[in-house]
Write a protein that binds this ligand. Structure first.
Ligand code: ZN
Length: 614
């Protein structure tokens, strides 16, 4: 097996060195959509580079500086899957264009020197380094890789000259979230140390880790995770995306140092997010973008503002991808899938509906209404509500164009699914995704025929030969599973079922996952536990959409067991992945669609709900 550069001795599962896989259906649609509307757009890259040619973020202490790196990180990971030459040349140009705007001493910032290391400046510098690092992983030209490394070092040298002990504390390099946003620079710092071995970078990483353990300032998120007494919504700050980003850095730091306490902190944090924060669609936070004990708040009718941010969905998936590789624990692959096919896919603005954004308040005396199209939506409703409510992280530029944080992070969502679909372990290969298409590794190709994730029947034909262990992920949601290899039944269990044999050309694996429709009830300790119910078919959450069923009407669904259902034609929706009629207690049929296909007019015409009132 050939391993990619980003693999570590600490990891149970490793990324394959070169991917050559194709997963059709919804993934094809997403990648074609990206091609048309985002990562191939040279004008858009140009706009994101221009941000660094003047102090564009100083006026509102903004985060325009995150756009370039955030989109580059995702775009490079999409390229790792598609190997499309056209995309490579667009990204190459976007990278050299960025490097060209570095100042003489290496500084790349959207803040002026007299106002730097405030607001989101450090956050933006983090994304520049991350974007370059992800590009370097797919870059084929050593000269360009070397140039990226030189520029990243100049960036980081400049940061270290100004931030640290005896200088400006990193927690003071922002006025938000106790400085957690700034501390998340840890991840690219460790990664750059791995490449360069420069002692100053390790010292700087040590310093940030020390800060986040509460040894320098109020920010003590790593300490809270290690002690394991609080849920994330009880931490000193609760911003979901920024906090998870710091833990991504801690994971890299653990890989570097091998110190068990850092792994323990990451795993405690992840477990508590899973237990207390993940909603039915796989995102966190019903109080705008904060951890807020989503387990309960997702069925709290008082939480009626924006919720379930797309940046949180993608960062959670990415974090889970790291945890999956680190631990080999299938639950993180289950979690990626839950988020991907529900919260994340539902945010894709396939019909390209324009969003309206009203700018008012701080520094702006009049209301300005802006209309424009972004490829991804920012907030997802859980109880009856609409999509397209607000553009998260929206920032204007002087030409009147704008962009948003959630649109920029979206390509990384795609990359997370594709890079974890097939992994390798010490003994062989691990299949996590069963989407129709093929997965290949070292001369063996697995041809997959399926309607997954909307249908549970999966046929895998082996093309190639070799003796190795094949681990198949059996998701926890599959209550009844059957597995056959060349017609012979194999015992399965939830988690990874491992088949160790000499594989020969034409071997057939038939996997049947439980795709029955089941009800989901709110947690027992929820004050609203009798008021709501949700439905799932496999990993797919089913939803009401005003175009087919009133999302505010009370339903009469059975509370347990498998629910009877049939497929329904649906002319009212221009596209959908599932359209089902589910039989209610009174014999009536409730028309539902998959959550990602609900609400897709992005306005009140298609109000939708994942939690149904009862
Ligand atoms: Zn966002």
């Amino acid at each position: 097996m050939t391993y990619s550069k980003a693999n570590y001795k600490t990891d149970k599962f490793l990324k394959l060195g070169s991917q050559n896989s194709k997963m059709g259906g919804i993934l094809d649609k997403l990648i074609a959509f990206e091609k048309e509307n985002q990562i191939y757009n040279e004008t858009l890259w140009g706009r994101f580079i221009e941000i660094f040619t003047y102090p564009s973020d100083v006026g509102d202490r903004g985060w325009r500086c995150e756009y370039w790196g955030k989109m580059m990180r995702g775009a490079a990971s999409v390229y790792a899957y598609t190997h499309d030459e056209e995309l490579y040349s667009v990204l190459r140009k976007a990278v050299t264009g960025l490097l060209d705007v570095a100042e003489e001493d290496g500084r790349i910032s959207s803040y002026s020197r007299d106002r730097e290391f405030d607001g989101w400046d450090m956050w933006g510098r983090k994304y520049i380094m991350l974007g370059l690092q992800y590009f370097c992983e797919v870059c084929r030209e050593q000269e360009l890789i070397d140039r990226c490394h030189i520029e990243m070092c100049r960036q980081l040298d400049y940061i270290i000259a100004h931030i640290g002990r005896g200088k400006k504390p990193i927690t003071s390099a922002s006025r938000h979230w106790l400085g957690a946003n700034s501390c998340s620079v840890l991840e690219p710092v460790v990664r750059l140390y791995n490449v360069t071995g420069k002692k100053e970078y390790k010292d700087f990483a040590d310093y940030i880790v020390d800060v986040c353990y509460g040894n320098e300032a109020e920010l003590n998120i790593f300490k809270a995770a290690l002690e394991d007494k609080l849920d994330p919504h009880q931490y000193c700050e609760q911003k979901a995306y920024e906090t998870m980003s710091c833990f991504e850095g801690l994971m890299e730091y653990y890989r570097l140092t091998g110190e068990e306490k850092h792994l323990k902190a990451c795993l405690n944090f992840a477990r508590r997010v899973l237990e207390s924060e993940i909603s039915v669609i796989g995102c966190c936070g019903c109080t705008h973008e904060l951890f807020d004990n989503t387990r309960l708040s997702q069925v709290d009718p008082q939480k009626d503002g924006i919720m379930q941010e797309t940046c949180v969905s993608v960062t959670w998936m990415k974090f889970c991808g790291q945890l999956l590789r680190l631990t080999g624990d299938y639950r993180y692959a289950d979690a990626i899938e839950q988020t991907f096919f529900n919260a994340f896919l539902g945010a894709a603005n396939f019909p390209l509906k324009p969003f309206t954004h009203i700018v008012s308040g701080r520094g702006i005396t009049e209301h300005i209404e802006i209309r424009g199209v972004l490829p991804f939506d920012s907030y997802s409703p859980l109880r009856a509500g609409r999509r397209g409510k607000q553009i998260g992280g929206m920032k204007l530029d002087p030409k009147g164009t704008f962009y948003g944080c959630c649109a920029c992070i979206a390509p990384m969502g795609i990359g997370t699914l594709t890079e974890t679909a097939l992994l390798c372990s010490e003994n062989g290969l691990v299949i996590n995704s069963y989407m129709n298409g093929y997965l290949t590794a070292d001369g063996v190709r697995f041809d997959i025929e399926s309607g997954y994730p909307y249908d549970g029947k999966i046929k895998i034909t082996v093309n190639g030969e070799g003796e190795f262990e094949l681990a198949l992920r059996i998701p926890a949601w599959s209550k009844e599973t059957s597995l056959k290899v060349n017609g012979e039944a194999v015992t399965v269990e939830v988690g990874y079922t491992k088949i160790n044999r000499k594989w020969t050309n034409g071997d057939v694996i038939e996997l049947c996952l439980d795709d029955s429709v089941y009800p989901i009830l709110p947690p027992e300790d929820s004050p609203c536990k009798d008021n709501y119910i949700a439905l799932r078919k496999g990993a797919i959450v089913l939803a009401l959409d005003k175009r087919i069923s009133d999302p505010r009407a009370k339903v009469l669904l059975p509370e347990s067991g498998k629910l009877e259902f049939c497929e329904l034609e649906c002319d009212a929706l221009p596209y959908y992945n599932l359209s089902l009629g589910v039989k209610q207690k009174d014999g009536s049929i409730l028309h539902v669609v998959d959550y990602a296909s609900a609400g897709t007019t992005f306005d009140n015409e298609s109000e939708c709900a994942a939690w149904l009132e009862r």
